[in-house]
Unconditional design. Structure first.
Length: 699
């Protein structure tokens, strides 16, 4: 590391934002005498244009925070107390390896990793760690907690997570922003939407909450959470009924239209109005506007897929651009994620071929969304060890009372590799200090543009912090894993992260990447992926009828799956807990990242609950009052926000911007005290926004 991070003089280093955001900004880090002194956006990266969000703009405060873990530690108090004493790296790694060997001798599947998007880097987020756990024969972890339902629904229709080039949004005359809040969570796409507005585009926002994006849109529709699929089916009903279709595109590039037309025949706007809470006239108008615009594009995000029918809802929405032919145009179509555009060489990065072929221990997968139940009683064989990195499950996983109870098991060996002492870290038996993005190598794809980015270490690791890759290399040595892949350094891994045989990676060169910071995939500018069909589905067409879903036992046509916890779908539960609860990202946090730093805690203020004035009046609650939000799973407290002049949320719904660390929230709980471990219809995803609660004045 020292050869790449000289400690003398002044220099500027190319870096990439590692966080779970579509924008994946290029960064320039100024280093003076070994210390990073300035961070700014890279002005030459086309999509991000030198701008950073208000969190990453202060990234040096995170890097040099006094809260950073500096050295390995072992637990000396009870689990959850967060009491540790310092040890050396050798003792820490020897302890972990010895415990893993002991458990693996009985059944290696009793060990599981728990990781997610603390870094989105392909090196630190999904290479040496995957090799290690594959070679060990540990349980696989299904990374479902964010987007898997939507991905499955979208891919069943379109084939892969490809879509409209984000840069082309600036040219679109009609934009629907559906279940997304790009002003907060996709800043650089929003700049393109603003440019489109200046050119005369109409912008429609569909969201139960009056977000910052909704406030800046021309029209805001507020459906009940979990009913987006019903809205999409009703839009299709109007498109078919009124012949607002591109028949040539349907004939040439789709399959299953006749069956789809029959399916949506009964989905009148009036029927959808009963499910969504929208006016039938508004649904009619939205469908006509969308069907007559030339072209229109949809930015859809992950919020709407976190309900029982999230996969089906995404599938239904994904049919719309093919029915209308909006895919023909570079500024038309739909964007969920650009992640499927990248030809990542996962086999080389992760080495699944290392998994032992032992008939005694067939592969077993743990769904990260169900980690509470898996730790407590469901996993067979019982989980005896868990290693957490790039995630904070005690804070972010649903049904947190069960998650805490699971991590609190005395017979569970817990390892946490982290920058800070998170809620999860408090339960660690061994706690290891991790590097920040400024202290290690990485390479990044994006899910909001079409560029590959290099991250060059700007400074030496602080204290005794070490990258994920280093930790797993050292553990592999102690476990006796002698395969050559465990000796590869981080640059070697980065250089092989993308398939050399794929045309989109033409000209990819790691040395050039390090110097220039980024490289656009070999694609036209802008990129219109389905202008002439070419869908990466089994049929090569947009699949209104999916034989793949049918073979898996699902409805082959778009359908509506109502909320598991909703007033019409579950009236008995709604009688006790009548309010739909959502917990979208707080503006000053990024999931649970940044949520411990003084600047962002001050900006966020306290845990809030947004409620419509009518719902507050019915409960004799007032703005600024401390309230208790509860259901059968648990409870947490927040301060009520009620805007009588301009309500921020529709009736029957409450919203708690999230996610707070439990130990910083004021009552030791957060929004996940009330969320459910129930899974989505497709992909086994989390249903954070399919949740009923009641609200009362705090005692």
């Amino acid at each position: 590391m020292s050869d790449n991070t000289p400690n003398v003089g002044k220099r500027v280093v190319r870096a990439a934002c590692p966080h779970d955001c579509p924008d994946t900004c290029g960064m320039l880090v100024t280093v003076e005498d070994g210390r990073a002194t300035k961070i700014q956006g890279a002005p030459d990266l086309p999509m991000t244009n030198g701008a950073l969000c208000t969190k990453v703009a202060f990234y040096l405060e995170r890097t040099y925070s006094e809260q950073r873990l500096q050295y390995p530690m072992k637990r000396v108090g009870k689990k959850g107390e967060g009491k540790f004493e310092r040890i050396g790296w050798d003792e820490a790694l020897d302890t972990i390896a010895a415990k893993f060997r002991e458990i693996a001798a009985d059944d290696p599947r009793a060990i599981t990793p728990y990781n997610y998007a603390g870094t989105m880097g392909l090196v630190q987020g999904g290479s040496m760690d995957r090799r290690f756990f594959h070679r060990l024969g540990a349980s696989f972890l299904a990374h479902t907690i964010c987007a898997e339902a939507g991905f499955q629904g979208y891919k069943a229709t379109v084939g892969a997570t490809l879509g409209t080039d984000p840069e082309a949004f600036a040219e679109s005359p009609y934009i629907i922003i559906w279940g997304a809040n790009p002003v907060v969570s996709n800043l650089h796409l929003w700049s393109r939407v603003q440019e489109a507005k200046r050119r005369g585009a109409r912008v429609v926002c569909i969201d139960p909450l009056r977000t910052q994006t909704a406030e800046k849109s021309h029209w805001h529709l507020q459906p009940y959470p979990g009913t987006d699929g019903a809205l999409a089916l009703a839009i299709m009903h109007v498109l078919v009924r009124d012949d607002l279709l591109d028949h040539d595109y349907i004939r040439d590039y789709t399959i299953g239209f006749d069956a789809l037309a029959e399916r949506v025949r009964d989905w009148t706007p009036g029927r959808a109005a009963l499910e969504t809470g929208l006016a039938a006239a508004d649904i009619e108008q939205l469908a006509r506007e969308y069907g007559t615009a030339r072209p229109a594009t949809i930015r859809v995000n992950y919020g709407l897929n976190r309900c029982a029918g999230g996969g089906s809802a995404m599938r239904a929405i994904a049919c719309l651009p093919a029915l209308t032919g909006h895919w023909r145009h570079r500024a038309g179509g739909m964007l969920l994620s650009t992640s499927g555009t990248y030809a990542v060489d996962s086999a080389k990065l992760e080495r699944p071929d290392l998994y032992p072929e032992d008939p005694r221990f067939p592969p077993r997968t743990i769904n990260m969304t169900n980690i509470g139940d898996e730790l407590l009683h469901r996993a067979d064989p019982k989980l005896r060890a868990i290693m957490v990195y790039n995630s904070n499950p005690v804070a972010i996983a649903p049904d947190s009372n069960k998650v805490r109870a699971g991590f609190g098991r005395d017979d569970l060996f817990v390892v946490v590799h982290e920058l800070f002492q998170t809620d999860t870290a408090d339960y660690a038996d061994i706690l290891l200090p991790a590097t920040s993005q400024l202290e290690h190598w990485d390479v990044h794809k994006s899910y909001g543009h079409l560029n590959v980015l290099a991250n060059v270490p700007a400074i030496a690791p602080l204290g005794e912090a070490r990258p994920n890759t280093w930790v797993f290399r050292e553990l592999a040595k102690r476990m006796g894993f002698n395969e050559a892949c465990f000796d590869e350094d981080d640059e070697t891994i980065a250089a092989q992260a993308f398939r050399k045989d794929h045309p989109r990676n033409k000209g990819f060169d790691w040395d050039t990447m390090k110097r220039e910071g980024f490289q656009r995939m070999d694609l036209p500018t802008p990129f219109a992926p389905f202008a002439n069909g070419g869908f990466p589905t089994p049929s090569g067409k947009c699949e209104f009828h999916s034989a793949t879903l049918e073979a898996a036992g699902h409805d082959p046509l778009p359908t509506y799956v109502p909320p598991r916890e909703g007033p019409t779908s579950n009236p008995a539960l709604a009688a006790k807990y009548p309010l739909a609860f959502i917990s979208p990202p707080a503006r000053n946090f990024l999931n649970s990242s940044f949520a411990n730093l003084p600047r962002f805690l001050k900006a966020e203020g306290k845990p809030w609950l947004d409620m419509h004035p009518d719902d507050a009046t019915a409960r004799n609650l007032t703005d600024g009052q401390r309230v208790r939000i509860f259901n059968e799973r648990g409870a947490f407290h927040a301060t009520l926000r009620v805007d009588a002049a301009q309500p921020g949320i529709r009736t029957g719904v409450v919203s708690a911007p999230s996610i707070w660390w439990q130990k910083l929230s004021g009552d030791g709980e957060n929004a996940n005290a009330v969320t459910s471990q129930a899974l989505t219809d497709l992909g086994g995803g989390a249903t954070f926004y399919d949740c009923l609660v009641q609200v009362e004045a705090a005692a």
